[in-house]
Write a new protein. Structure first.
Length: 384
């Protein structure tokens, strides 16, 4: 049996009979053992962390050395180039030359006019704050379009003779009221009121422009929104009827002429350049875009018409509510914008909303389309 003697505990510092050689009791002994174990674990952890930090430091040093080499190389390159750059002589002063007495070739102003969707109505609340459209908004945008056409033409006339205007009507003038289920909830007025309001507004639009041009030519094709039913002929269409009424209303304006075919397509000659016109609803969309469908339709149309010895330079359409132009082997493919921009279908089903635009451009007898504008109609709401 161990002999207990009086000692000073190496853990708690009390004077007491010994428990072992250094401690006064079992509790002090256990506490000392735990402390030694914890200290050993801490030392091991610290050693691992130090090793990891040293490895990171080595990596960073290598990266720094690499960057220093890159900077040195860049500085050397810049230093070599500077003498040559500073040695360059300034260019000679350029002054434009305007040939005196030169007569510039006459051009024809051309407007793509489509997708008015007159009578359609949707509110900010219904679109979640994205867009709104009403008959009054259409009227305001039409008036703005008229002002911009006159302003742009007068600006171009400072250097180019422009006497004539071509308005290519590409369809969907009225919204209709029964071409899809639920359409009645998104129209402001019935199709007859759409017709008569459209004739009033658009005839005034054309009358105003007739005072600024020697002659206005208006070829017309019908759109899908104007169809009366699915069993009648293609030209049994509210757009076709609208064009016929419009022609009668404007018969007293002698410098305005219409061409209204019963076919779904037409080729219009402007300054010797041939414009193939369709509405565009027969061109399918893939992944919500019409590019591939347009590529196929243009190729097939070109082949079909060539069999009848008919050619064209420009493929022109509307329907897709997106204004764009796209080069092709024969000339260009062009799609007009719309008056309403993103309507309920485009916004909800396709997540598409383009600015409301109509395309306006000049046609030169040798160069084809020269100057061009996408007239943004929504600026009518902010015009002062």
């Amino acid at each position: 049996m161990a002999i207990k003697k009086m000692i000073t505990c190496s853990w708690c510092g009390k004077k007491a009979k010994s428990y072992g050689e250094k401690y006064c009791c079992r509790a002090c002994y256990d506490a000392s053992i735990r402390a030694k174990t914890t200290e050993k674990v801490t030392e091991n952890t610290t050693a691992r962390e130090i090793k990891q930090l040293k490895a990171e430091r080595t990596t960073l040093r290598r990266q720094l050395q690499s960057l220093e080499k890159e900077v040195a190389s860049y500085d050397t390159l810049v230093e070599r180039c500077i003498p040559y750059v500073t040695a360059l002589k300034p260019p000679a002063e350029w002054k434009p030359s305007y040939p005196k007495g030169k007569k510039y070739t006459k051009q024809t102003a051309t407007l793509l006019f489509s997708d008015c969707q007159l009578g359609e109505r949707f509110t900010m609340e219904e679109t979640g704050g994205l867009n709104t459209y009403t008959v009054q908004i259409f009227k305001k945008r039409l008036e703005y379009l008229c002002k911009k056409i006159i302003k742009i033409t007068d600006m171009q006339r400072k250097s180019i003779p422009i006497n004539d205007l071509a308005i290519l009507m590409l369809g969907d003038i009225v919204e209709n009221e029964s071409i899809f289920r639920g359409q009645g909830g998104y129209i402001e007025e019935g199709v007859l009121d759409q017709m008569f309001h459209g004739i009033e507004y658009i005839s005034n639009f054309i009358r105003t422009l007739a005072g600024h041009f020697e002659h206005i030519t208006i070829p017309c094709v019908s759109g899908n929104h104007g169809r009366i039913n699915d069993t009648s002929k293609f030209y049994c269409n509210w757009d076709f009827i609208f064009y016929k009424f419009l022609e009668q209303v404007l018969q007293d304006v002698k410098n305005v002429s219409f061409y209204i075919p019963k076919a779904w397509w037409i080729i219009q000659d402007i300054q010797g350049w041939l414009f193939y016109m369709i509405h565009g609803d027969t061109i399918p969309r893939y992944m919500s875009i019409p590019w591939y469908g347009l590529e196929r339709m243009d190729g097939r149309t070109e082949k079909m018409l060539r069999s009848k010895e008919i050619n064209y330079d420009y493929f022109v359409m509307g329907h897709h509510h997106q204004a764009f132009d796209w080069d092709a082997s024969h000339g260009e493919r062009m799609c007009n914008g719309s008056f309403s921009s993103g309507n309920m279908f485009a916004s909800k089903e396709l997540a598409l909303m383009s600015p409301p635009t109509q395309m306006f451009f000049g046609v030169h007898p040798e160069q084809g389309i020269t100057w061009r504008y996408k007239i943004r109609l929504n600026q009518a709401e902010t015009e002062k």
